[in-house]
Write a protein that binds this ligand. Structure first.
Ligand SMILES: [Zn+2]
Length: 177
């Protein structure tokens, strides 16, 4: 994706590397807690990992425990600050309205997400909260990073729930990744 603007941190390679880490967290959500596999990592302005999260709604009986919120809370604790200026949040799925507003409240500089969410996505798909000029904080948004893989992973989770076989990946043998 071409982007002429200078952005805080993050080459395309960095973005994909952090997204892979978010995939690993998403897998834990599914494997260890049977939660919807969404993962998030929060990276400080200096490139340090300061927060990780995956969906924990069911395990913690917490309707707000989306991956992004979990990662933002961890980041706040790590920095000793409720604001996270310069930070980049990576998440495997386009954030919902709750998470988009939390990102604004936290003053996150940049959001990178994988798959778009045509049902509840609030960063351009259903709502476009981060682009709303009425906020006094701007968040740079880069969607679709490893988006195809992110979408396939989520589709396969829901397919498995319905007893359907997984969609093919890149043609590699199962379990090769
Ligand atoms: Zn959310």
């Amino acid at each position: 994706m071409h982007d002429a603007h200078e952005q805080p941190a993050g080459s395309a390679q960095d973005d994909e590397r952090w997204m892979q880490q978010a995939f690993a967290l998403a897998e834990r959500a599914e494997r260890e807690f049977d939660e919807i596999p969404v993962g998030a990592v929060l990276v400080a302005a200096d490139g340090r990992l300061i927060g990780e999260g995956f969906n924990r709604n069911i395990a913690t009986h917490d309707p707000t425990a989306h991956a992004e919120i979990v990662a933002l809370r961890a980041g706040g604790q790590a920095l000793g600050n409720h604001r996270l200026p310069g930070a980049t949040l990576y998440v495997t799925l386009e954030p919902c309205a709750m998470c988009a507003m939390a990102i604004v409240h936290a003053r996150v500089a940049r959001l990178v997400y994988g798959a778009a969410d045509p049902k509840t996505g609030a960063c351009g798909s259903v709502f476009d909260l981060l682009a709303d000029p009425r906020h006094n904080h701007r968040v740079a948004v880069n969607g679709g990073v490893l988006g195809e893989e992110a979408g396939r992973r989520l589709s396969n989770y829901f397919r498995a729930k319905r007893g359907k076989p997984p969609l093919d990946g890149q043609g590699g043998p199962p379990g090769a990744s």
